[in-house]
Design a protein around this ligand. Structure first.
Ligand SMILES: NC(=O)c1ccc[n+]([C@@H]2O[C@H](COP(=O)([O-])OP(=O)(O)OC[C@H]3O[C@@H](n4cnc5c(N)ncnc54)[C@H](O)[C@@H]3O)[C@@H](O)[C@H]2O)c1
Length: 433
């Protein structure tokens, strides 16, 4: 029988991707496009049925690409963990959220590993892609997989490769975004690099799984801290009566030593608000207080409240209270042109206004309904904006005509700078950060 490395090299290796979400589905599609036979193993019967019907449920992955791969039997999906028994390579892409006390919740990875242990066999490569704290692959996942009785670097290889998906990014997608890879040994790295080179244009090997884990957390902490800084700059500009965006744009004319970040209503999505807290949690166990991360989290988490105060003050100036006012949230997803509402600051704004007694509705073509208080809320049409006392531009989707929106509105609060080009024309009814 040929070796695992040979099977990886000649693309005859069977690949199973655990978790076919925002990260796992695009990855599975890319691996299948490279000529491997890929099975997406997911707990969700709905997602599995969609894939097997050749249908994508993720905006960045066109159904026109999934359909032919499924028809050619290069891509399939299953809820049956026994598909793991036939895998040469297993790539884990399950969620890694925070629990209620904002500590890492690695239970999804551990559940996935539980499914794997009894189904592991010699000559396997396991790659974790879910974001986690430095040391997790080596200290937690490896002992769990070793409980199968198989020996790492002899029977199986283990690697970590952080995901860098940027939903909605038209230029950089899975294939052309360079990918960092660390493994438990040079042989493990050789196997993992050989696999990933088939479907990722640039692979960046590093010395260990711990390093690869830390790379991801540096990237996301860098963003969280810089966004925290610029959100505080926005608060300071507000006090000084300055236009934050004008200040940032002018600073960005400096051709070196400055990189623009932009303020907004708060962080959202599965990465920036969450991942840095994996790092600060790990450092807490080593008796170190990660101050930049904690401060950025404090500032960024307070931004929805800052927006609500802007709404409240602007209504007050018009002789109105938040209680009883009709407020429309324009855009509910956590950033523009995507369909993901996870951790979206728009949800916090909606809830904070609702708690203060406002009558709140939202409009977002990308999120036709959202879960709220155990029930659901449906998106309304933006055409009704004139019926509201205030519209909050919480997400600046590209398919909205903001000039018309403002023209029809009584008051617009714009923490996204969506009204950039024409703010002066409507100075009386636009409020920014
Ligand atoms: N979404 C992003 O933009 C992004 C970017 C970079 C990194 N990441 C990281 O990638 C990981 C996955 O994130 P995502 O956004 O794809 O999550 P997701 O929620 O979109 O998808 C996860 C999938 O895993 C499935 N699942 C959960 N537990 C399972 C189990 N035990 N067995 C089988 N299936 C299981 C779920 O049903 C779901 O379909 C996370 O660690 C996240 O931090 C996400």
């Amino acid at each position: 029988m040929s070796s695992l490395l040979d099977r990886i090299k000649d693309r005859s290796a069977n690949v199973v991707v655990i978790g076919a979400g925002y990260v796992g589905l695009p990855l599975a599609v890319e691996i299948a496009k490279a000529g491997f036979t890929v099975t997406a193993y997911d707990r969700s019967g709905e997602k599995v049925s969609a894939i097997n019907a050749g249908r994508s449920y993720i905006e960045d992955v066109p159904t026109s690409i999934v359909g032919p791969l499924v028809a050619d039997k290069k891509l399939g999906a299953s809820t049956d963990p026994d598909v793991l028994s036939k895998a040469d390579a297993v790539i884990i892409c399950v969620p890694t959220p925070l629990n209620k006390t904002k500590d890492p919740d690695n239970s999804f990875i551990l559940d996935a590993a539980d499914m794997m242990v009894s189904r592991m066999h010699p000559q396997q490569l396991v790659v974790l892609e879910s974001t986690t704290f430095p040391g997790f692959t080596r200290e937690v996942l490896l002992p769990k997989l070793s409980s199968s009785g198989l020996k790492v670097d002899k029977d199986f290889f283990i690697a970590f490769s952080p995901e860098r998906v940027d939903p909605g990014n038209q230029r950089f997608q899975t294939k052309n975004t360079p990918k960092v890879l660390g493994a438990s040994s040079p042989a493990g790295l050789e196997h993992a690099v050989a696999l990933y080179r088939h479907f990722i244009d640039t692979v960046v090997p590093v010395s260990s799984t711990d390093t690869a884990e830390m790379v991801k957390l540096l990237e996301n902490t860098f963003r969280a801290v810089n966004i925290g800084l610029v959100n505080e700059v926005a608060i300071m500009c507000g006090r000084l009566g300055l236009d934050t965006w004008e200040v940032i744009e002018a600073a960005a004319s400096k051709p070196f030593g400055f990189m623009p970040f932009y303020p907004g209503p708060g962080l959202g999505g599965h990465c920036i608000p969450i991942d840095p807290l994996y790092l600060s949690w790990k450092l807490k166990t080593l008796k170190y207080n990660a101050r930049f991360i904690n401060l950025a989290d404090e500032i960024n988490s307070a931004m929805p409240e800052v927006v609500v105060v802007k709404v409240s003050d602007a209504l007050n100036e018009r002789g109105k209270a938040v209680r009883g006012s009709k407020i429309l949230i324009c855009g509910m997803t956590y950033k523009k042109d995507i369909d993901d509402v996870r951790e979206s600051p728009a949800l916090d704004i909606l809830e904070l206004l609702h708690r203060r007694g406002a009558e709140v509705a939202y409009a977002d073509r990308h999120a036709p309904s959202i879960r709220l208080d155990g029930g659901s809320l449906q998106s309304v049409s933006l055409d009704s904006v004139g019926e509201y006392d205030c519209v909050v531009i919480a997400t600046d989707h590209s398919d909205v005509d903001y000039r018309t929106l403002v023209e029809r509105s009584k008051l617009a609060v714009d923490p996204r700078n969506a009204t950039k080009g024409f703010r002066r024309d409507y100075a009386q009814k636009i409020v920014t950060l």
